[in-house]
Design a protein. Structure first.
Length: 389
């Protein structure tokens, strides 16, 4: 049965068919080792996550953390050493079972796009359908390829040589090719990293809009935290072959589980602190920045514990003169940097710690301190987070 759905791309209605309905991916205790000098080296270690139908899910982490290897195991480009991968209830990978990539109903967009330079735009889009293990009639293959090109607004360039496309157009062509056979799951391996900053922002918005419109499930790999936070429904941060925290983007940013996540996801101040008092409401008095500060603390933290006090630069408020409020610290401004949409300033407090603040908005340059100014920094208790790891 074929079901037609209508999706809006840049204000225009484009009709495509059902097979873009999202699938449910379950990865359970995935393991992957590589051999080095005859000995196994673990690269992916007991990775577990679930992508619900229609969800945009990102694996975020530094180079070498195992995120691309995880994606390649899902794609079938790597054979796992353990764990189970299933798509809509069908097992596609275990330590002993390996379904070939062409039988997994998965589309993939690579970092380098992998466009065939000797073909036209249309030939690139239709080629995977022509060589598919599932026989597709010629007219149906042509229809699917043109629908996919129309979705990414390249149908008017169908007969253009692929080499005549811009970087952004090549990225769209790679996406069209992945969507042409109507997969249940779309895999994207840092597909925007080769674009310039402005085009990357544009394509990020277009890709997310297209994914939502089609309702397709997507697994996205990136080292760029702004991409992951802005595009994803769920983000899993990886480090050392493991998922160290999985959460919605805002929760991940506001409530990092440990020092690694706090430092990797956005800019953060990390200040050594000692807990002095904890009341029944789990609010604590901690000694940090040369004074006593009030902040919430996690369960299990007690007086005398050495912890790390964290807060985001944009949560700071600066004052030109002392104010009678909790959590106010005197500081000296040592650096002011204009960053376009924001001003970042660095201060030094009497404890010797450096504290960075950010002022966001059009009026930021006028409302920022100057180098050499003595200021008073206000840390809202609810914006502080205490980490024990």
């Amino acid at each position: 049965m074929t079901v037609m759905l209508e999706t809006a791309v840049k204000g225009e209605s484009v009709k495509t068919s059902d097979a873009t309905a999202g699938g449910r991916l379950v990865v359970d205790a995935l393991k992957k080792d590589y051999e080095l000098d005859g000995a196994p080296v673990p690269v992916v270690k007991d990775v577990t996550f679930t992508i619900e139908p229609g969800t945009f899910y990102s694996l975020l982490g530094p180079s070498g953390c195992g995120k691309t290897t995880t994606l390649r195991c899902v794609a079938g480009l790597e054979k796992s050493n353990g764990g189970v991968i299933s798509l809509d209830g069908m097992t596609i990978s275990t330590g002993t079972v390996h379904v070939s990539p062409d039988k997994r109903d998965i589309g993939m967009v690579f970092q380098n796009y992998a466009i065939w330079p000797h073909m036209t735009v249309f030939a690139n889009a239709v080629f995977p359908l022509q060589v598919s293990s599932t026989r597709i009639p010629k007219q149906e293959a042509r229809k699917r390829a043109m629908e996919a090109l129309e979705l990414v607004q390249l149908d008017h360039l169908a007969q253009r040589p692929a080499t005549a496309l811009s970087g952004g157009q090549q990225q769209r062509l790679a996406l069209a090719r992945a969507l042409a056979h109507r997969p249940r799951l779309l895999l994207l391996d840092e597909p925007l990293s080769n674009l310039d900053a402005k085009l990357r922002d544009t394509m990020r918005n277009e890709l997310r809009s297209l994914q939502r419109s089609l309702g397709i499930s997507a697994l996205y790999v990136t080292h760029d935290q702004s991409e992951a936070l802005s595009m994803s429904d769920r983000v899993a941060v990886m480090n050392g072959g493991r998922i160290v925290q999985e959460a919605a983007p805002r929760e991940l940013y506001d409530q990092p589980a440990d020092r690694f996540v706090a430092d990797f996801v956005g800019r953060v101040n990390m200040i050594p602190a000692v807990v002095r008092e904890v009341d029944g409401a789990a609010d604590a008095s901690v000694e940090a920045l040369g004074t006593r500060l009030t902040t919430p603390v996690p369960d299990g933290v007690g007086a005398g514990d050495e912890v790390t006090l964290t807060f985001r630069p944009e949560s700071l408020r600066w004052h030109a003169s002392e104010v009678e409020r909790p959590n106010v610290v005197a500081a000296q401004v040592v650096r002011v940097e204009f960053l376009g949409e924001m001003v970042e300033y660095e201060t030094e407090v009497r404890s010797g710690d450096d504290v960075v603040g950010r002022i966001v908005g059009r009026g930021a340059p006028l409302n920022s301190p100057r180098e050499g100014d003595r200021v008073f920094l206000e840390l809202a208790p609810h914006a502080c987070r205490v980490l024990t790891d």
